[in-house]
Ligand binder design. Structure first.
Ligand SMILES: Cc1cc2nc3c(=O)[nH]c(=O)nc-3n(C[C@H](O)[C@H](O)[C@H](O)COP(=O)(O)OP(=O)(O)OC[C@H]3O[C@@H](n4cnc5c(N)ncnc54)[C@H](O)[C@@H]3O)c2cc1C
Length: 431
């Protein structure tokens, strides 16, 4: 072992309680950080060897950022922690009776405490063709796949336009923050690519269409917030259709409950989340909303003494139902979970999570955003956008702790150089 390696030898850790944290997202990282250099042995397991900063995925999908700008190796995060190890792999089963987890490669690992921080995934609501033909945005591979599809569609349209007039529709399903952010960035990208990369297709023949079953955007904001988002999206060329219930997705179109059909070169799915089909859903027979694992207010799985769940995977009770699936909830629940595991090991009482609401925000294109901040109210326009930018940079830079990243990210975001517009496919992102 080199002298710069701060890891304790495994023989020094083997008699300490073993905490396995499944998932290296916001929740899992916060939990493991809270346990770092404490009297436990920690193993973080993730199917990817990197943490993904999901709130900026849509910028990778719309060629504003490179994948590496929003991802960071989990091993590096814990490189200096004496007692935290990383294991690359996908966990397929939890055996409560024997306190063991089973990985997809068949290996079995024992735990004293288990933290499930496996996040959520896109919900297709059983709509025929939706999971097969639409493009969700929930992982780095999703973002790269979507970017490839968008850029390929523009290339194909350029060829088709040589033989006559064309129409090219990109349809975003879902008017929540992810749908609004993606539609806005996509519309700006398309106008910019056409102009800056010298495409010959007529910009007015390319449409970004956001459809939603509701009557307005951003249901978590007051109506004036929705109206503002609608005005801003309209300003940057996004077409919006409300009261539109998708009933089927095909390889080239969407069908709606009223029988109408809309052609689409790409359907971007931003319509909802679920944990059905993920490990969290298999933890117990009872489920919270969206199939989440039910936990008590101290984050312990209902009915268990040593299994915990945090972040998007967990149905965390709050005064008015359950906490939302947001990054601050994942971070705060991860921190509290670490404290409660240490308390349990030391024979002390656990504490409930007292969530500090940090508000919600969505950006609309590159110079407008809307934020709902507790105690302040609605912030919008350039002030909202600067607040959005500052907050994301804070979390990104605080996480990556490298000023170089801040400079690169800001430069790319403002300048849109050509790099992220490369079509690079691999086995994971090829269609
Ligand atoms: C596109 C998008 C934009 C968003 N924007 C915002 C925003 O602006 N503000 C905000 O507050 N929130 C936002 N969110 C929500 C926020 O990102 C989530 O609430 C947060 O990431 C939840 O953290 P988590 O740790 O619970 O799960 P995740 O961050 O999803 O991490 C889960 C981890 O578990 C791993 N994993 C899953 N299953 C297994 C398994 N079986 N074995 C091994 N590893 C596994 C995954 O690879 C992943 O690394 C956004 C989400 C998305 C998808």
């Amino acid at each position: 072992m080199s002298s710069s390696n701060k890891k304790k030898p495994l023989r020094d850790l083997q008699f300490l309680p073993h905490v396995i944290v499944i998932g290296g997202g916001f929740g899992g990282i916060a939990t493991a950080r809270g346990l770092a250099d404490r009297g436990v042995r920690v193993t973080v397991i993730d199917q990817h060897n990197f943490h993904t900063f999901l709130p900026l995925l849509y910028q990778v999908a719309t060629a504003g950022l490179e994948p590496a700008d929003v991802a960071y190796p989990i091993r590096t995060i814990f490189g200096n922690a004496t007692n935290v190890d990383f294991r690359h792999g996908k966990v397929k089963e939890v055996h409560h009776a024997t306190n063991q987890i089973i990985l997809e490669d068949g290996s079995e690992i024992d735990y004293d405490h288990l933290v499930v921080a496996t996040g959520a995934t896109a919900s297709f609501f059983g709509i025929p063709g939706a999971s097969q033909y639409s493009l969700p945005l929930y992982s780095l591979a999703d973002a790269r796949r979507l970017r490839n599809r968008l850029l390929l569609s523009l290339e194909e349209a350029e060829v088709r336009a040589l033989s006559g007039p064309i129409t090219l529709n990109f349809v975003v399903v879902g008017g929540g923050p992810t749908g609004v952010e993606t539609a806005g960035a996509l519309s700006e990208l398309i106008r910019l690519v056409i102009k800056r990369d010298g495409l010959r297709i007529e910009p007015t023949t390319v449409h970004v269409i956001l459809v939603d079953r509701e009557k307005r955007l951003l249901l978590n904001f007051p109506e004036r917030g929705s109206a503002y988002a609608r005005m801003e999206l309209d300003r940057i060329g996004v077409e919006m259709q409300f009261d539109r219930i998708v009933t089927e997705v095909t390889d080239h179109s969407l069908r709606f409950a009223d029988g109408s059909e809309l052609e689409a070169a790409a359907v971007i799915w931003a319509a909802g989340l679920t944990t059905v089909g993920t490990l969290a859903h298999t933890l117990s027979d009872e489920h919270g909303p969206g199939g989440r694992a039910p936990v008590t207010s101290d984050l312990r799985l209902v009915g268990s003494q040593n299994v915990w769940a945090v972040g998007d995977a967990a149905a965390i009770p709050s005064t008015d139902g359950f906490l939302p699936q947001l990054a601050p909830v994942a971070i705060q629940s991860g921190k509290k979970c670490a404290q409660n595991i240490l308390a349990t090991i030391n024979g002390k009482a656990t504490e409930p999570l007292k969530y500090r609401n940090k508000g919600i925000m969505a950006t609309i294109g590159r110079h407008a955003a809307i934020a709902k901040v507790p105690g302040i109210g609605i912030i919008r326009g350039t002030a909202g956008w600067l607040a959005w930018l500052g907050l994301h940079l804070w979390y990104l830079v605080g996480f990556r702790n490298k000023i170089r990243v801040l400079i690169n990210w800001t430069w790319r975001y403002f300048d849109w150089p050509s790099g992220p517009r490369l079509i690079v496919a691999d086995a994971e992102t090829a269609e």
